[in-house]
Design a protein around this ligand. Structure first.
Ligand SMILES: [Zn+2]
Length: 314
């Protein structure tokens, strides 16, 4: 139960992520999200650029709702939904906007669902899209990073804070932090281009799942490398007013590959080969895999015949 009114059969507490798979078996699958992105183990691949439709650079009204798990933003103007289409990024076809929502934690050291080299950000924003023809879902994830102003000489520029993006999120938080009870909602206009920030070039890509029950798999994940930066004191009120924790911890990668669309991995230059098993499996071209298999099989056969011959000779 959250806020006493509704009964939920999952949450982040008594019915938390550890036991989701008891009611939702897919949550125990092998293509689950989020994951820890070990940057040294990612594979470079060329992707086409994302193309965002005209509505991204306009103010539009969104309904923000406390749905008992998060604050979720939906666009209600059905005829204008096409203004929020996304194409490109190697996605197949046209993706329509479904919702955006946030994940955050109890303090500035936790909150994001995806991790980068084992580090959590204080928050993560998910923009959810669906292709209505193929029914495929794609999520664009952006990390939220908060910074402390340590002394009076520090300002937005010191911390590379995009002031327009910060101001738009501040307007969002000013409204969202009042939606304390489940089903509380408010309408406000937002500019998506400002919300998403100016660093939508470099990203990681992998196939995963919804991070909440029913944990449906086959979701195309895009995680942008550059976080949106906030001032800690401005994010804190929102964090304190609404639930403390609504994030799932990283799930095993199994044999999946994580691709990156940028050439040089600057976050971690030293590959940790002990943890790059997924990459080792996924970067070996299939021809090479089968030819090396054939090689091993023939080596075994030769040893076997030599063994038989040596037995006969005795
Ligand atoms: Zn989410």
């Amino acid at each position: 139960m959250i806020n006493g009114e509704h009964t939920h059969d999952w949450n982040y507490d008594e019915f938390g992520p550890d036991v989701w798979s008891e009611k939702y078996p897919t949550c125990g699958g092998q293509l689950q999200s989020p994951i820890n992105i070990l940057t040294a183990c990612t594979v470079h691949k060329n992707f086409t650029s994302f193309i965002f439709a005209s509505g991204y650079n306009e103010q539009h009204n969104f309904t923000l709702t406390n749905n008992g798990h998060t604050i979720i933003g939906t666009f209600n103007n059905e005829p204008k939904l096409s203004a929020f289409r996304v194409t490109g990024g190697d996605l197949n076809g046209i993706f329509e906007f479904v919702n955006f929502h946030l994940h955050w934690g109890e303090n500035h050291k936790s909150g994001s669902e995806h991790e980068v080299n084992g580090n959590q950000y204080p928050g993560e924003i998910h923009f959810v899209y669906r292709n209505s023809i193929t029914n495929q879902t794609a999520v664009l994830g952006i990390f939220m990073k908060s910074v402390f102003f340590n002394n009076e000489t520090e300002n937005y520029t010191t911390h590379s804070i995009n002031e327009d993006t910060r101001a738009e999120w501040q307007r969002f938080f000013n409204i969202a932090q009042n939606l304390e009870e489940e089903d509380d909602s408010a309408v406000m206009n937002l500019n998506f281009q400002l919300l998403m920030g100016g660093n939508l070039r470099d990203f990681w890509r992998y196939e995963g799942s919804l991070t909440t029950p029913p944990c449906t798999e086959g979701i195309i994940w895009t995680i942008f490398k550059e976080p949106i930066i906030f001032v800690e004191s401005e994010f804190k009120i929102f964090r304190q007013n609404i639930y403390f924790e609504d994030y799932r911890r990283p799930q095993p990668l199994y044999t999946r590959a994580i691709y990156r669309n940028f050439h040089n991995e600057t976050l971690s230059t030293v590959p940790d080969y002990n943890c790059c098993q997924g990459k080792a499996i996924n970067t070996v071209p299939n021809e090479l895999k089968s030819s090396s298999k054939t090689f091993f099989h023939s080596t075994y056969l030769i040893f076997f015949f030599v063994f038989i011959i040596s037995l006969k000779n005795k």
